[in-house]
Design a protein around this ligand. Structure first.
Ligand code: TYM
Length: 341
């Protein structure tokens, strides 16, 4: 068979993702998203942003916004994101996103937007503020991603449906106006997307709900210990090799993420032999979590207090992102027939 000549890629593969500044970052944000941002920064062309515009769909009061934007930036950097290697910016600083969002709005249908799970959930929670921004949330998210013509989007499991919608919008655009965008996909190094459960066994860790069952990157050592020790357990298995209930499975998952393989193996064996002592397991998990969160918290605090540095990060990030966005928008306007001279 004749071998096709492979042209060298002109650009590294492009990665894009974002986090809303609606509260404190937690282990779910870390393991679902930020850890992969850090792993990807060496090999990919990366764009990571603080989704301040998206936060306005649910948090219209902007009193805390600046502090929250600073916190998210500081926590990302404390987790190992290097603003010299990636574009780390603020969504509202990339004006071109709003133009692309508007064009994509003409390709998105009311029916499909109304069926989105996050829309239905938020509409239920804030019946007096079902605004158009909430309805078109996935359209703006698509614009965020494809403004850089990104292919890979490191996110947690809860973002799966938004990514599916992004692919639909991209295909519609390409079909109508010509191939401009690659199809973006949620990314976790070939593994299942993660959902980090809350410690009470009811739902997932979250920035604004379930606060006592969520470990935040800003929690101090004592608070982490308290939260972990309160995690839901039971008297233990009555029969050897029985299935683990969800809330116990969750503790094992967390231990796999922050602890050592040996510990997991030991407690797993204890579980299967019906000799497990959940108090001991939680004590171990708490110490592992403290060890994990403590250095991130300290670094984040230092970055958060350095406004001058954060301003430089945002400016440099916006500059890099704008360059990439301008190149995309040239192609978009051309493809859409919006160039009149
Ligand atoms: P947000 O701010 O809710 O969450 C930020 C990232 O953290 C992940 N995540 C979790 N992963 C695993 N377990 C959990 N318990 C958990 N909680 C949160 C989320 O999946 C996400 O990756 N719509 C997005 C923000 C956004 C965006 C984008 C993302 C705006 N534009 C463009 C990607 C690309 C959101 O609300 O994330």
């Amino acid at each position: 068979m004749e071998k096709k000549k492979q042209a060298l890629p002109a650009r590294r593969q492009v990665v894009m993702s974002g986090i809303r500044p609606t509260g404190f970052l937690h282990l779910g944000n870390y393991f679902g998203a930020v850890r992969n941002y850090v792993r990807m920064q060496e090999e990919y062309e990366c764009y990571f942003m603080v989704a301040d515009l998206h936060s306005l769909t649910t948090h219209p009061d902007t009193k805390e916004l600046k502090a929250n934007v600073h916190r998210v930036l500081a926590e990302n950097i404390a987790c190992g994101l290097d603003p010299d290697k990636v574009a780390l910016y603020c969504q509202s600083h990339l004006y071109e996103t709003c133009e692309l969002y508007l064009y994509l709005c003409m390709l998105a249908y009311k029916g499909e937007l109304e069926k989105t799970s996050t829309f239905k959930e938020k509409a239920r929670k804030q019946p007096d503020n079902i605004n158009a921004g909430l309805l078109t949330y996935p359209v703006l998210q698509t614009a965020d991603i494809i403004i850089h013509r990104a292919r890979y989007v490191p996110v947690g499991k809860d973002q799966e449906q938004h990514l599916e919608m992004a692919r639909n919008f991209v295909n519609r655009f390409n079909h109508r106006y010509g191939e401009v965008f690659p199809e973006p996909a949620a990314f976790n190094f070939g593994e299942e997307l993660l959902k980090i459960p809350s410690l009470d066994g009811a739902g997932k860790m979250s920035k604004s709900e379930n606060q006592y069952a969520t470990i935040y990157l800003s929690d101090d050592d004592e608070l982490i210990r308290k939260k972990v020790m309160r995690a839901k357990t039971d008297p233990g298995p009555a029969e050897r090799n029985s299935a683990k209930p969800d809330y116990i499975e969750n503790l094992f998952l967390l231990m796999k993420l922050v602890g050592t393989g040996d510990e997991v193996k030991k407690f797993d064996e204890d579980f299967n032999n019906c000799t497990i002592r959940y108090g001991d397991m939680k004590k171990q998990l708490a110490e592992d979590m403290v060890k994990f969160v403590h250095p991130i918290r300290e670094k984040a605090e230092a970055f958060r207090n350095d406004e001058k540095y954060l301003k430089e990060v945002m400016q440099k990030g916006a500059e890099k992102a704008t360059k990439s966005a301008n190149a995309t928008m040239e192609r978009v306007r051309e493809a859409m027939g919006l160039k009149y001279f």
